[in-house]
Design a protein around this ligand. Structure first.
Ligand code: BG6
Length: 471
């Protein structure tokens, strides 16, 4: 770790502060950090809208109230005091001259680009030319390219003016509590650590189901599809944390090195183990092209060819307009031998370990017990922990990530080598996508997704929160 990596930013500069992400996530995250007394820097918003700082403050208040966060006037007052606003065109050098006047070139800033990726390059180049990057970091939101070549191009452009340790690539899944905690959960608990390899685990399933469609995001989504939208980034990042070896130190690169090793051990995905689906009615969504072949559902099989996981199939599925909103990682243990003490030497069902990421994060251990009424039958027993219940209210993903970005903790951000590896892994699926199967809204995707797991554990009904609410 260099000096910069540990330096807390003296100022936060948010490009695109009048946009959707700020309204939905950033203001709330900043407010929560303010409440926890973790903000100590002025915040400058930059955007093209011609508004006053008072208007920006009003928008922030509205966004926070709308988020359902209990609104404390005193906390908000402190946050409002920090806010200032600079309107301008991010492609115009004049904006950066003004920025340099306001910020000064010797400050360590966190520039958070809540902007379309096509503007990342131009913005960092302008910042560089204005001398604003020496001691600063730049955080960017996904997508990082739309394939390997474009990800490399984007990186080359950013690296021309920034060092790797100055770039924070935000993948908000890395800020979700159960994902951020995977390292501890896995390695601080012998019970899990000792089971976590091909000797005990037979299969891994990851499901990311959403019970809503593309709605008003048709224009964006149709050019992207489910594989690029959530698999190449979110689900593969989660898989790396599920599969990695223990990091050898607490430095930023120690964790990212282990994640990168997982990706490097993964052969590219094979189109024969890839199923795409599109929910009925998708093509009527505004912004979606007539006859669009974009997938809103994917199921695929992956492998990790290393000593820990060789021979353990990994199945991922993700989709919109499915019956529930739930994201989980499910590990199936190997079966125990036939039980000679049972009447017919019955085989017991496999145990399952389920980490629920959303909603209501938690851990389930599924065991089997003998049915009292029928000595030859098994009953499932669930040992469940809801983290909110057992550990208290979690830190929100953007709250965690913004704080990490401000203090320069890069462990929660995706490193370039991992991003390029993940594009390499999905590349054959992008090149040979195959047909897209229609599926009914509210179903678990096309029939072909069932065929993908034939001969393996079938897709399980995900573990849903006890209150039955999935949204
Ligand atoms: C985004 C995708 O990155 O993640 C969306 O673009 C998806 O399509 C969203 O709905 C899911 O995030 P979360 O935090 O709501 O599970």
């Amino acid at each position: 770790m260099g000096g910069l990596a540990e330096e807390t930013s003296q100022r936060l500069v948010i490009f695109g502060i009048t946009g959707d992400l700020a309204r939905k996530m950033t203001f709330r995250a900043l407010y929560r950090l303010e409440r926890r007394h973790l903000l100590d820097a002025p915040i400058l918003g930059v955007a093209s809208d011609d508004i006053t700082v008072e208007e920006l403050v009003n928008r922030a208040a509205e966004a926070i109230r709308h988020s359902g966060e209990p609104f404390d006037e005193a906390v908000f007052g402190r946050l409002a005091e920090r806010l200032s606003y600079l309107p301008g065109d991010v492609t115009d050098a004049a904006l950066y001259e003004q920025l340099a006047e306001q910020v000064g070139t010797d400050q360590s800033c966190l520039y958070y680009l809540e902007m379309p990726p096509s503007l990342f390059g131009p913005i960092v180049e302008h910042l560089g030319r204005a001398g604003l990057l020496q001691r600063s970091r730049v955080a960017v939101e996904k997508p990082f390219g739309h394939d390997l070549a474009s990800a490399r191009d984007l990186n080359t452009r950013m690296r021309a003016v920034l060092r790797e340790d100055q770039i924070l690539r935000v993948d908000h899944f890395l800020g979700k509590q159960p994902v951020a905690d995977l390292e501890c959960l896995r390695f601080a608990n012998t019970t899990l650590a000792e089971l976590w390899d091909r000797h005990s685990i037979a299969e891994i399933h990851i499901t990311m189901a959403e019970n809503f469609g593309v709605e008003e995001r048709g224009g964006f989504y149709d050019a992207v599809g489910a594989l690029r939208d959530v698999v190449q980034n979110h689900l593969l990042q989660v898989l790396a944390l599920v599969a990695m070896e223990p990091p050898v130190g607490a430095g930023d690169d120690d964790l990212n090195d282990k994640k990168a090793e997982v990706f490097r051990a993964m052969p590219a995905a094979e189109p024969v183990h890839y199923v795409r689906g599109q929910y009925c009615g998708y093509s009527e969504v505004p912004g979606v092209a007539d006859g669009s072949q974009t997938e809103t559902f994917v199921a695929l099989r992956l492998q990790i060819e290393n000593w820990r996981w060789a021979g353990v199939p990994i199945f991922l599925r993700a989709g919109k307009a499915l019956p529930e909103r739930v994201t989980e990682v499910r590990l199936f243990t190997r079966r125990v031998p036939a039980l000679a003490f049972m009447p017919h030497r019955e085989r017991a069902q496999r145990n399952q370990i389920v980490l629920r990421i959303d909603p209501d994060p938690g851990l389930r251990l599924q065991l089997v017990a003998q049915d009292d009424q029928n000595a030859q039958a098994w009953r499932d027993v669930h040992l469940d922990s809801s983290f909110a219940h057992d550990l208290g209210e979690p830190i929100q993903p953007y709250e965690r990530l913004l704080h990490a970005a401000i203090v320069g903790d890069r462990r929660l951000f995706a490193r370039e080598d991992s991003i390029e590896e993940t594009w390499r892994i999905v590349a054959p699926l992008l090149e040979h996508p195959g047909e897209v199967h229609p599926y009914e809204r509210g179903s678990w995707g096309p029939e072909a997704a069932q065929a993908l797991v034939r001969g393996h554990r079938s897709w399980q009904q995900p573990w849903l929160p006890a209150n039955g609410r999935s949204r």
